[in-house]
Design a binder for this molecule. Structure first.
Ligand SMILES: NC(=O)c1ccc[n+]([C@@H]2O[C@H](COP(=O)([O-])OP(=O)(O)OC[C@H]3O[C@@H](n4cnc5c(N)ncnc54)[C@H](O)[C@@H]3O)[C@@H](O)[C@H]2O)c1
Length: 320
């Protein structure tokens, strides 16, 4: 993203991660179009962007990435496309494989086709650590084999392949970011932190799937946004793939105990069988992003959890 590339389109722009990207780019005086179909997977997304409605640099378009003509029209005169619209959810993907494939694979193909037709200068694609599957070694670098173990992971990998082909063979500059469990304010309600926080506040037992020794690399939302903007601003990285992670890993048991401690309400933990598609561990090697993008995660888990809890406490009343 050069300094005169001021018009950006963000697909999925009212979602958890994308709405933070909208805020940050508006703060940096970009013209931002958020394109989102307000998918019914979860509700309440309006709250993520309502505060921008009066900003003259912000446009919200209710549209579907599966609607090619509308998507292409919206891309006219756009410099950079951040493609974050997706059907997320590992568990959901097993129950809804066709929808997951339609949105994540066909939808991404539409974004790429439209971007190519409209001569977009750069496309940033939000991929996922799920493309790796079970780690063969850790930390997992970008050269690690990709063998997803969920429909969601497979759909993201298929989309990545289209991105690579459009970039390598058709001259559309695309950069792929593999986010690792992003958390923070506006977190999706289907994600673990949200569910655990809700159970603690409602004084219900906390459910952990598996024995809790599985580990995760958690990325605070501000760091994920920072990495995303750095990828858009760095020259000559077309076709490259970058891990965007928090830079450390922690067991699910430790995270839950921290949540209990920071919220200050005691809670019983109930262990249930692991869920289909859940990987044992994630831990990103972020050295490529550090070296090439200048990406450095800044918010550690303790600080990130405290900020998340603060937001959750303010928000939970409207979620009841
Ligand atoms: N949250 C994470 O930890 C995480 C990790 C890895 C990758 N990702 C990826 O990052 C991106 C954003 O994830 P998120 O957690 O913010 O999810 P989210 O569900 O909050 O955001 C996705 C947005 O896409 C929109 N959308 C869905 N289908 C659409 C369609 N057909 N047309 C237009 N818009 C549509 C939804 O309404 C939603 O606002 C996704 O691509 C996701 O796969 C997220």
């Amino acid at each position: 993203m050069k300094s005169d590339d001021k018009k950006v389109l963000i697909t999925g722009g009212v979602g958890f991660i994308a709405s933070h990207l909208v805020d940050t780019l508006l703060d940096k005086h970009y013209y931002v179009i958020a394109y989102d179909n307000f998918d019914s997977y979860y509700s309440g997304k309006e709250e993520n962007i309502r505060h921008n409605f009066k900003n003259p640099n912000f446009t919200l378009i209710k549209g579907d990435i599966l609607d090619y003509e509308t998507l292409r029209n919206v891309m006219k005169n756009i410099d950079v496309v951040f493609h974050l619209a997706a059907q997320p959810g590992v568990r959901y993907s097993f129950q809804n494989p066709v929808k997951t494939n339609n949105v994540n694979v066909s939808g991404t193909l539409n974004v790429l086709r439209a971007a190519k037709e409209e001569n977009i200068k750069k496309v940033i694609f939000a991929s996922s650590s799920s493309v790796y599957g079970s780690p063969k070694y850790m930390p997992v670098d970008e050269k690690h084999p990709t063998k997803p173990i969920s429909i969601y992971g497979a759909s993201k990998l298929a989309a990545e392949n289209y991105c690579r082909i459009f970039s390598d063979k058709l001259g559309l500059p695309v950069i792929i970011l593999r986010y690792h469990t992003v958390y923070g304010p506006r977190q999706r309600p289907d994600l673990a932190f949200f569910k655990w926080a809700r159970q603690i506040f409602e004084r219900k037992p906390i459910t952990i799937y598996g024995n809790g020794t599985q580990t995760r690399d958690f990325t605070y939302i501000d760091d994920a946004i920072n990495g995303t903007i750095k990828a858009a601003s760095t020259a000559s990285i077309e076709g490259e793939v970058f891990n965007i992670g928090g830079g450390s890993r922690i067991s699910v048991n430790d995270v839950v105990n921290s949540l209990i401690r920071f919220i200050g309400i005691n809670a019983e933990i109930v262990y249930e069988s692991p869920k289909l598609g859940d990987v044992s561990d994630t831990r990103a090697d972020i050295s490529k992003a550090e070296e090439i993008l200048g990406y450095t995660p800044k918010v550690n888990l303790e600080e990130g959890l405290k900020r998340f809890i603060k937001w959750f406490e303010k928000t939970k009343s409207r979620l009841d």
